[in-house]
Design a protein around this ligand. Structure first.
Ligand code: PLP
Length: 392
């Protein structure tokens, strides 16, 4: 078996050993239920409070505006469904974009079946939401705009400040799915006029199964998980104390090293992109060239199937993705690549590689060399490529 070269950090990241170390005592030593009254549970309560403060500070929010959830999907569901329910008497129209994660898109589809109307705004060829179209979509009954901070497939960073301002000017709530952005980009909820924000720890070297939803004070929102009085009666269920502690540590580390990490990632990513674009014919870089997450490279290779490329890369120990992890395994091309205008046959040939600061330039070289070999092999077997070359 080859050594693994992990280039799928948008799907999930390695839990930092310092995060694991911070979590361990909350399994074996401080294992009390934070809701219990005895002293034994006090460290658990205190730890949760401290993490709430760390996260709030990182966003310019108040600790009481942070609600722990089981991850990005739950936070997106909560933000959208609870807003829809709480504001239904004002209106039943929601605006989102065509390139959101399925946690947002499928939640919107669920609401459409229950009497809500949703406008899915287009993006341009780089994946930037068409702000004029979004403005034109606003109606007197629009209650929510939900646009992601940065896209998980092509890495494009959206004009969140501008969209937040538009929402604010029109008295509409603004939710952003910041699962790929939080911990990677500086975010301030007031500066960006964000009313609700979703995040997930496993995208920033924290543990899986823990996330938060930021909810601005004063918003009408409903309990999402009914049960006990946890999370100010809005999200029942015994808190995931080790997860919360791990999240806090991951946030601390991410905030302290953001610039340095981004710089290292950008160096590796640009080197990878540079070599692929220069050395592989008939390839396109998907996503915005500069308004882009520092770890993301997304290519479309003409005349090949991304799935075949992925499987052959896997054979060499290289982990990538052809679209989001949630859609790989399905033969439908990615909705994001179709939304940026790629024809089906080109969207099928896509490969997402997302680096981390743990990767090296030597790994990038190995990966590019392997991509070149595989792409050539697959094209040599492709009747489409043969036809194309014959007609050249
Ligand atoms: N939103 C975005 C943009 C994502 O990339 C993901 C995960 O890939 C999610 C939501 C879902 O997050 P989680 O895996 O924590 O449920």
């Amino acid at each position: 078996m080859n050594q693994t070269i992990y280039l799928d950090n948008a799907a999930t990241t390695k839990t930092d050993p310092r995060v694991v170390e911070a979590m361990l005592p909350y399994f074996t030593e401080h294992y009390g239920n934070p809701s219990s009254v005895y002293e034994f549970s006090t460290p658990c309560k205190q730890a949760i409070g401290a993490v709430r403060e760390t996260i709030a500070k990182s966003l310019g929010a108040k600790p009481g505006e942070i609600y722990f959830t089981a991850g990005g999907t739950e936070s997106d569901n909560w933000a959208i469904k609870a807003t829809a329910e709480a504001y239904a008497s004002k209106g039943k129209h929601i605006i989102t974009s065509k390139i959101e994660h399925h946690a947002v898109l499928h939640t919107c589809e669920y609401l459409e079946k229950r009497g809500f109307e949703v406008t899915y705004v287009d993006v341009d060829e780089n994946g930037i939401v068409k702000v004029d179209e979004l403005k034109r979509a606003i109606r007197p009954d629009t209650i929510l705009i939900s646009v992601m901070f940065a896209n998980n497939e092509i890495g494009t960073i959206e004009p969140i400040k501008e969209i937040g301002q538009i929402a604010k000017d029109n008295g509409i709530l603004f939710h952003t799915d910041a699962v790929q952005a939080y911990g990677h980009l500086p975010i301030h909820v007031d500066e960006y006029h964000i009313d609700m924000l979703s995040s997930s720890a496993h995208k920033l070297n924290g543990p899986k199964g823990i996330g938060f939803l930021y909810i601005r004070t004063g918003l009408k929102t409903r309990s999402f998980i009914h049960g006990g009085a946890q999370e100010r009666k809005r999200r029942g269920g015994t808190e995931n104390v080790p997860g919360i502690v791990g999240y806090g540590k991951a946030v601390e580390l991410a905030m302290a090293s953001m610039e340095e990490r981004e710089e290292k990632e950008r160096g590796l990513r640009d080197y990878l992109i540079g070599r692929v674009m220069a050395e592989v014919p008939f390839v396109r870089l998907n996503g915005h060239r500069s308004q882009r997450l520092s770890n993301n490279a997304n290519f479309a290779f003409q005349f090949i199937e991304g799935e075949s490329l992925l499987i052959m890369l896997d054979g060499s120990g290289i982990c990538g993705s052809s679209g989001s992890a949630c859609t790989s395994g399905s033969l439908d091309p990615s909705h994001v690549l179709l939304a940026i205008g790629l024809p089906h046959e080109i969207a099928h040939g896509s490969l997402r590689l997302t680096v981390s600061p743990d990767n090296t330039r030597e790994e990038m070289d190995l990966v590019v060399d392997r991509i070149k070999e595989i792409v050539k092999k697959l094209r040599d077997m492709s009747p489409l490529y043969e036809d194309f070359m014959r007609n050249q």
